[in-house]
Design a protein around this ligand. Structure first.
Ligand code: GAL
Length: 425
């Protein structure tokens, strides 16, 4: 394991601030050096390093395969990411979910990849993924077990596990939230405990010196958006998504209000995509993709990439919508109207354009109307609206209206072409 001097220093300073708890466990620990910084102020937890400057994009098999994960399936998904054109569209991470490791650790306390499903261990799989020009992600749990109950959790072994992940070439860690031994932290709220655990894993990652996207998958009611931005690159805002319209809408409506927390390098996560898994219509999947992109959410495909339909592939690789998600300004879109389930969302973009989603949550087709003023755009200009799902363009100087099918969206990118011409020419 390569530990850079900078990472060691960061590790030394931050370790001193929280003291050592049962979470540190075995493995390489920093020596406690000092509790104060030069000006006498206390050091805080490590700011996450500059990674994930746009929302992470990739694949994770959980929504389709649950914990039935093996090396061959992951490698096939990585190959399909390339051959389908999704890699070229921006999907980068190939992530393991729970179930890759055994129920118990080995006598040295190390996690054990399941020898039946990962016969060569994890490193050869990471190497395979890297050889395709992709990045590799792994799954661990902050508590004593993973969430399916099949495998050991990381509690008591954060440093040891982070070091192992770094040595395997892991680029992304999904840190799940199950079997947390709350009784080890008497008198602390669950949210405070969550913050402590996430900070400690962040420190363990920092000490490895390897850039690893840190995904705090605390799906409980700990309000992770109020503390995880300080230590991680993304955090869950909702319970697990299911492949049903009502579930997708639930996760949308419970993520959208946290828009002020999103920023470059730190994203609200309404959970992985269900597109292509069969429980919703393609129109509903388009809505999911549009809403997630408007909210600058991580785009982690959760379908079987090997058996993907052309319709699924077309949704996942809509580069105009992806450009909204990946916009370099990093603002999450926010609602300016939602009465009666007729949503209007606006997202400022780096070049001055706006991305607008008109979402009809209801079961009846409707015309959804907004104005440039409501979207936060100056009046007196002429605007061009490009429909990001059919590529057509139209002009507007004030009112924007569209017929939106039940459960559907119309998504525009709006740019100005200069002052409006009062003569109408
Ligand atoms: C949940 C998590 C899911 C998946 C699952 C694995 O807690 O939110 O995304 O990882 O555990 O059992």
């Amino acid at each position: 394991m390569a530990i850079t001097a900078t990472a060691m220093v960061v590790g030394l300073i931050v370790a001193a601030t929280v003291g050592l708890s049962p979470v540190w466990g075995a493995g390489p620990r920093p020596v406690v050096a000092t509790t104060t910084l030069r000006g006498g102020e206390q050091a805080g937890p490590p700011a996450p390093i500059a990674l994930a400057m746009t929302p992470p994009m990739g694949w994770n098999g959980f929504n389709r395969f649950y914990v039935r994960v093996d090396a061959a399936r992951v490698e096939a998904a990585a190959r399909a990411l390339v051959s389908s054109g999704l890699k070229a569209a921006g999907y980068t991470y190939v992530n393991l979910d729970g179930g890759w490791d055994l129920h118990d650790r080995n006598p040295d306390g190390a996690l054990q990849p399941n020898p039946k499903t990962f016969p060569g261990g994890i490193k050869p799989v990471a190497d395979f993924v890297h050889a395709l020009g992709l990045k590799f992600g792994i799954y661990a749990s902050a508590g004593l077990r993973n969430c399916a109950g099949t495998s050991a959790g990381s509690y008591g072994h954060y440093w040891q596990d982070a070091a192992a992940f770094a040595s395997w070439g892991v680029d992304y860690l999904k840190f799940d939230w199950c079997a947390i031994p709350y009784h080890d932290f008497p008198h602390m709220s669950h949210a405070s405990i969550g913050q402590v655990l996430a900070s400690q894993m962040a420190q363990a990652i920092a000490a490895t010196g390897r850039p690893i996207v840190f995904d705090v998958n605390d799906w409980t009611d700990d309000s992770p958006w109020s503390w995880a931005p300080r230590v991680s690159h993304m955090w869950r805002t909702t319970p697990d998504i299911h492949d049903r319209y009502a579930s997708m809408v639930w996760n949308f409506t419970h993520n959208v209000d946290h828009f002020t927390m999103a920023r470059l390098g730190g994203w609200n996560d309404p959970d992985m995509l269900e597109i292509g898994n069969g429980g919703m219509s393609n129109l509903e999947y388009r809505s999911e993709f549009s809403l997630w992109s408007e909210m600058a959410a991580p785009l982690i495909a959760g379908n079987d990439l090997v058996a993907m339909s052309p319709a699924t592939q077309a949704i996942l690789s809509n580069t105009a919508v992806i450009a909204v998600d990946q916009d370099p300004m990093g603002m999450q879109g926010y609602p300016v109207a939602s009465a009666g389930g007729h949503w209007v969302l606006t997202k400022p973009l780096a070049n001055g354009d706006r991305a607008v989603v008109l979402f009809n949550q209801t079961d009846k087709a409707a015309t959804i109307t907004t104005t440039v003023a409501q979207l936060g755009l100056p009046a007196g200009l002429e605007y061009m609206l490009v429909d990001l799902w059919n590529g057509t363009a139209k002009d507007s100087t004030g009112v924007i209206a569209a017929a939106v099918p039940a459960h559907g969206v119309v998504m525009y990118r709006i740019s100005t072409s200069g002052p409006s011409d009062p003569t109408g020419r």
